[in-house]
Design a protein around this ligand. Structure first.
Ligand SMILES: [Ca+2]
Ligand SMILES: [Ca+2]
Ligand SMILES: [Ca+2]
Length: 317
């Protein structure tokens, strides 16, 4: 009873969703706090701050040792809860001022799916280039436009197939050496300086089971409810705009966009006796922010406390 109550209070105190089969970091607070549960590892004196749902890093060289190598701000956590799942994804959005010459030092920004076995996927991102080193140590580079954020995504189907997407376009694919997640797997986000000072920001990291197409069920919980609502807004693209591979679950009519026609289907499938919340873009207002969303469905969290306890088990805090 005490554990149930403490979990409920933890959820009510948060503005971040706690999901059953997806884990998300949305930049509303620092990753290592009690809601998100990452472990932070730093070297020298990295600076960081939060602004508008994003985690900013400023890393410099020369304050502790002469280069190469300088400030590092790293975050890690296990993804062992997803060992053996048949279809796994990880997706993050970021922007950095760092140069691709920093790649030699695994800088300026890095995202790793690692393990103690033969399989791993390592992303390195600069202002105008991204690099993927897959489990066969094959390296792929992708040019990206400087000065704007980019979305990186990987989908892994056991030991059968993986695909790496940059802004929704396949940049690399192949047959994995072995299934992943497996072999005591983990995930990292790292901002660091090797020869150059850099500013990097992270909008989100999301990973877990790939939700079923056209299901409206982002967290694969079996129902469409408040835990899916925020993400419907996140992937909403508007009529005729391809919402990308991360949004297939919200594209009910299969025409690549997530628009108000999809919203009609989403709310029609809403779970329970209560109506879906108002979704402003389909009623003439702005897209709700995560904090607005958090307040709006707080009552729903109370009513579905038992479901949330199950959710916490699959998304360890
Ligand atoms: Ca964010
Ligand atoms: Ca759901
Ligand atoms: Ca659609």
């Amino acid at each position: 009873m005490i554990r149930t109550l403490s979990l409920l209070l933890l959820v009510l105190g948060a503005v971040a969703p706690v999901l059953a089969d997806v884990v998300s970091y949305e930049g509303a607070s620092y990753p290592e706090n009690e809601v998100y549960g990452w472990e932070r590892i730093t070297y020298c004196t990295p600076q960081r701050w939060l602004d508008d749902g994003k985690l900013f890093h400023a890393v410099e060289i020369g304050e502790c040792d002469p280069p190469p190598g300088g400030d590092m701000d790293a975050y890690t956590r296990s993804v062992g809860a997803f060992d053996g799942v048949p279809a796994f994804f990880a997706e993050f959005r970021c922007q950095t001022s760092g140069d691709a010459s920093e790649f030699v030092g695994r800088a300026p920004a890095a995202f790793d799916l690692w393990s103690y076995g033969p399989v791993g996927y390592h992303f390195t991102v600069a202002k105008d280039s991204a690099k993927l080193t897959d489990n066969d140590l094959v390296t792929t580079y992708a040019d990206i436009a400087a000065g704007i954020p980019h979305t990186f995504r990987i989908e892994i189907f056991g030991g059968d197939w993986f695909a790496w997407y940059v802004d929704g376009v396949v940049a690399a694919s192949g047959v994995p050496t072995a299934p992943y997640p497996a072999y005591d797997p983990g995930i990292n986000w790292v901002a660091s300086a090797y020869y150059l000072d850099t500013t990097t920001w992270l909008d989100y990291i999301r990973y877990g089971d790939i939700p079923a197409d056209a299901s409206g069920d982002f967290d694969s919980s079996g129902v469409i409810d408040g835990e899916d609502f925020y993400f419907f807004g996140e992937y909403f693209s508007g009529e005729g705009v391809d919402a990308g591979p991360g949004a297939r679950w919200a594209d009910f009519d299969g025409d690549t966009d997530v628009d108000c026609a999809d919203w009609d289907a989403f709310q029609a499938g809403w779970f329970g006796s209560a109506s879906a919340p108002i979704f402003s873009p389909c009623f003439g207002g702005p897209i709700p922010t995560i904090s607005e969303w958090g307040v709006a469905i707080m009552v729903l969290f109370v009513l579905t406390a038992a479901t949330l306890v199950f959710g916490v088990r699959r998304a360890p805090l």
